[in-house]
Ligand binder design. Sequence first.
Ligand SMILES: [Zn+2]
Ligand SMILES: [Zn+2]
Length: 260
Amino acid sequence: MFVDSHCHLNMLTGHDSAPISMAEILSSAARNRVEKMLCVAVNTTDWDDMKAQCALYADKIVLSAGIHPCYMHDQDFAALARQADDVQVVAIGESGLDYFYDSDVQTQQKQRDSFAKHIHLSAKIKKPLIVHTRDARDDTIAVMRTEQAERGRGVMHCFTETLEMAKAALDLDFYISFSGIITFKNAAEIREVCAYVPLERILIETDSPYLAPVPYRGKVNRPCWVQYVAEQVADVKGLSTDEVAKATTKNFYQLFENAA
Ligand SMILES: [Zn+2]
Ligand SMILES: [Zn+2]
């Protein structure tokens, strides 16, 4: 059985061009042996809607609460703390730094402040952190070290960075999660990182609706396709897909203890 450790189900049901119902997400996931999905928040304003859609499927779907670095107009940390306390919530995030979309110096400072707050909240309520990082390698690791992110542990989601950064994250006791990007032809460097990371520290995800894996690249992504990520990890590691499914599922429940 597979677990999709990172997806945005409310972006799928509310998708502009190709909406897909929660019932169809669930049935296609079940057909492809996906037993659990972690639906990740990107802001506090969509929370009520996301929670309402997922609450009916609490045996299959667990949630995170967080404010994504590209949503810094949302500074409602009081709402975040309330949402983080919800019983269905097993993680904090996604939070982190994204300098690719935000080159503005003030916004970047806001991102670092918000990231620090997420790290503290994660440690305080003992729910692991989901880290998003893009074009901000040094600052991401610097904030994690300064704020002692290893107190709460977590995962570097949708990993597309260097081996050096993967090593730094592993040293902080973090897991590394691979998405459909690892199946792309031009992703040799990510496959090298995957070869290095110990199997017991690897998670897999779709990040749907984004980043559909080969052979569905370019389509609206969905949790049922997480198996293609597992297949690629298996290929890199010289293992069977079943062995990768087993290991990554076990890792998921070890990190997100409340998800079982
Ligand atoms: Zn992300
Ligand atoms: Zn995401």
